[in-house]
Design a binder for this molecule. Structure first.
Ligand code: T5A
Length: 219
C-alpha cells in the first residue's frame, strides 16, 4: 500500500480531535510540490455508516449496563467495517490517513481499563484489521484529571467518560505500557500544554517522518 496511517490516541480530553484537525489543516497548507496525494480524516468508532450506529450504541448512557465482552466485540465490528470500507481503499490510493483512535484504544480501554484478556484483544485486533498497523501513533499524554476536566467542559458526558477515575487511570497506564513496548510506532506528545504548543510538537514529529516515507520530500 502506498499510503500511510497516522493515529491519534490518548485518554479522555487529551485533545486528539483538536490536534487531528489542526494537523489536517497544516498538511493541506504545505506547498503543492510536497508529494502528498491527499490527506484524509477519519475516526473510530464511527468512521462508516455502520460505525456511526455502533458508536451511538457504545456511547449512549441509557439502558442496562453493557457487558464488557459485548463492548469489546462492538468496537471490533466497527473496526472491521472501517478497515475494509475506509482505511484500505484510501491507503491503496496513497493517501495520508489521519485516524482518531485505532487498535491501541482497545488495548488501553478494554484491556487495561476493563481488565479483559490482552491476548484475546490482540487476536481480535488482528482479525478486525487483517494485520493493518498504524505507521505512526501519536500518543497525546495528559494527566487523567486534566483531560477529564477538559471533557467535562462539553455539554454531553458519554457512557465511557462517566466511568470512575480509577478506570481512566488504568487506561492511562495502558498507553504508557504500549508506548514502552512499541517505541518506533508510538511517539509521546506532551498534551498538557496549550493547543499551539501541542501542535508544534506534532508538526516536528511529522516533519521528521514525512521524508522517510515520501521520496523526494524536502524538509
Ligand atoms: N473507545 C474507543 C474504546 O473504549 N475502545 C476502542 O477501541 C475505541 C476505538 C469514544 C470513546 O470510545 C472509547 C474511548 C472513548 O471513550 P472518542 O470519540 O475518541 O471515543 O471520544 P473522546 O475520547 O471523548 O474524544 P473527544 O473527541 O471527545 O475528546 P479528545 O479528542 O480527547 O479532545 P478534544 O480535542 O475534543 O478536546 C476536548 C476539549 O478540550 C479542549 C477542547 O477545546 C475541547 O473543549 N482542548 C484543550 N484545552 C486546553 N488545552 C489544550 N491543549 C486542549 N486541547 C483541546
Amino acid at each position: 500500500m502506498g499510503g500511510k496511517l497516522i493515529v491519534f490516541e490518548g485518554v479522555e480530553g487529551c485533545g486528539k480531535t483538536t490536534q487531528l484537525q489542526r494537523s489536517w489543516q497544516w498538511l493541506q497548507s504545505l506547498p503543492t510540490s510536497c508529494p502528498l496525494s491527499k490527506v484524509v480524516v477519519t475516526r473510530e468508532p464511527g468512521g462508516t455508516e455502520l460505525g456511526l450506529k455502533l458508536r451511538q450504541l457504545l456511547l449512549q448512557t441509557e439502558g442496562k449496563p453493557m457487558q464488557d465482552l459485548a463492548e469489546l466485540l462492538l468496537y471490533a465490528a466497527d473496526r472491521a467495517q472501517h478497515v475494509e470500507e475506509v482505511l484500505k481503499p484510501h491507503l491503496a490510493d496513497s493517501a495520508l490517513v489521519l485516524c482518531d483512535r485505532y487498535t491501541d484504544s482497545t488495548i488501553a480501554y478494554q484491556g487495561y481499563g476493563r481488565g479483559l484478556s490482552l491476548g484475546l484483544i490482540e487476536q481480535l485486533n488482528q482479525i478486525a484489521t487483517s494485520g493493518l498497523e498504524s505507521d505512526l501513533t501519536l500518543w497525546l499524554d495528559v494527566d487523567v484529571a486534566q483531560g477529564l476536566a477538559r471533557a467535562k467542559g462539553r455539554s454531553f458526558f458519554d457512557r465511557i467518560e462517566q466511568a470512575e477515575l480509577t478506570f481512566h487511570q488504568r487506561v492511562q497506564l495502558g498507553y504508557g505500557e504500549l508506548a514502552k513496548a512499541h517505541p518506533q510506532r508510538i511517539v509521546r506528545v506532551n498534551a498538557s500544554l496549550d493547543e499551539v504548543a501541542v501542535q508544534e510538537q506534532i508538526q516536528a514529529i511529522l516533519w521528521q517522518r514525512l521524508p522517510q516515507w515520501y521520496e523526494g520530500w524536502e524538509s
